[in-house]
Design a binder for this molecule. Structure first.
Ligand code: ZN
Length: 448
């Protein structure tokens, strides 16, 4: 084991550096649009060519490519040997629960305040958004002559706050509170004089005139910077660890991999938190379209595409629940993931997860080859649990697949907790996966 750890450090996956890299990535990525821009910058720096879905694709063996859809989902791939498949896919999601600022954003509050009108995005835990500095980030669509341009903005200052009702005015506050988004979650933007200031601020932050601002997709974000916690700094506290830990860790493994065969594919999908049903989510045609075009551009026909897919394998990475320090009873009696103890394979009899004995076996063998510890997750049998993108993606491109994640706490809070070692474990697994020669068909499974 110790030898293996040294090897991972030699391969560039130093535990501390990968954790710091993740925190930096999260800090720079307050919204899904920023995650794609930052991942694209990492791919650009590694020599990947950017493709447009609307362009003509000419692909060459030995080259590396990526393509985005809606500026919020991204697929990258390499063609190491010029073969048409099999595909080895590592998918995660890059969106996180938050609150979206509505059009006509300003609201009057108590005749003394100007508030922002928001609606919830995804399954957020609401309480952790109270009583902390917040700000706004996202994309602004601006008119430039006859063109409409997209600008990413992140207002980098403490701008907003959602104040709690004081305990004196709500004596039941500690006995199980419920929060109504329309009534309770709209943040204070300023005093009564702030009325009319919202669009001005957005124009100013975008660097354009107010009349040029046509529309915007803006979201609240927590101003808390990611940090190490615990006596030995063994944990991370940061926003959006679900699922940027998987998005970033798998990208690190993808970029470090020296694949010799097959077609490694890296995917980050938007809109998992709302069910993946969108033009760019895992339920869309995005992955299918990209894989078909890779085959076609390599001279393949539909027969080649279908054969490639039949022998392909997908790892769907979305964070898992670690056993909770105060509520261990919420976990299954024996399948209880712990942070810093490696990759979690997620199983569910009702197919919320793709994992089964075949794909679980493949994942365990890959982990062993990489020297990465491996744990298991199942829900308690009397709890429904969550779902993720693996099986949803499989309705468009049906692949043998396994669902995994890194163990974490406080999932869907505005600040979550994860293991400081686990990003390096995930990167090491992803690298091994992309480099291994994997034969996975109904007839045969072989990893060499
Ligand atoms: Zn997730």
């Amino acid at each position: 084991m110790e030898e293996k750890q040294k090897e991972r450090k030699m391969a560039g996956f130093d535990f501390r550096k990968e954790a710091e890299g993740l925190l930096d990535f999260i800090d720079k990525s307050p919204t899904v649009f920023h995650t794609v821009a930052n991942a694209a910058a990492m791919l650009d720096a590694a020599g990947f060519c950017r493709l447009a879905e609307s362009g003509h694709w000419e692909l060459s063996a030995g080259k590396k490519y990526y393509v985005t859809r809606n500026g919020s989902s991204l697929i990258a791939f390499t063609i190491p040997g010029g073969e048409i498949g099999p595909f080895r896919l590592f998918c995660s999601h890059n969106d996180s629960p938050t609150f979206k600022v509505k059009v006509n954003a300003e609201l009057e509050g108590g005749k003394a305040y100007t508030k922002l009108n928001v609606e919830q995005y995804g399954g957020a835990l609401r309480a952790p958004w109270f009583d902390r500095p917040l700000s706004v980030a996202g994309r602004v669509l601006v008119q430039n002559g006859t063109a409409i341009e997209t600008k990413l903005i992140c207002i980098d200052r403490d701008l907003l706050m959602i104040p709690s009702v004081a305990i004196h005015m709500n004596r039941d506050a500690n006995e199980g509170a419920s929060y109504n988004v329309q009534n309770d979650m709209c943040p204070v933007f300023g005093d009564a004089d702030a009325k009319g200031g919202w669009k001005k601020l957005i124009a100013q932050e975008t660097g354009v005139d107010e009349e040029q601002v046509l529309d915007m997709d803006l979201f609240l974000y927590n101003r808390q910077h990611g940090t190490f916690v615990g006596l030995n700094e063994e944990y991370l506290a940061a926003p959006r660890l679900d699922d940027l830990q998987c998005m970033y860790g798998s990208l690190r493994g993808f970029l470090e991999a020296d694949a010799k065969s097959g077609i490694p594919v890296y995917c980050a999908f938007d809109n998992e938190e709302t069910g993946s049903v969108s033009r760019q989510g895992a339920a869309s045609t995005f992955l299918h379209d990209v894989l078909v075009r890779i085959c076609a551009a390599s001279g393949g026909v539909q027969e080649d595409y279908l054969r490639a897919v039949a022998g392909s394998f997908m790892i769907s990475g979305d964070n898992a629940h670690a056993v909770h320090p105060n509520h261990p009873e919420k976990a299954d009696p024996v399948n209880r993931p712990q942070m810093n103890q490696g990759v979690v394979v997620k199983f569910n009899a009702n197919q919320k997860y793709t994992s089964d004995a075949r794909s679980g076996a493949v994942l365990r063998m890959l982990c062993a080859r990489a020297g990465v510890p491996c744990q298991n997750y199942t829900n308690r049998s009397d709890m429904a649990g969550g779902s993720t993108l693996g099986n949803i993606s499989n309705t468009q491109v049906s692949l043998q697949a396994v669902d995994i994640g890194m163990p974490q706490l406080a999932m869907h809070s505005s600040c979550e907790m994860a293991g400081a070692k686990d990003t390096a474990y995930l990167a090491a697994l992803a690298k091994e996966f992309f480099e291994a020669k994997l034969v996975v068909t109904d007839e045969e499974i072989r990893i060499s």
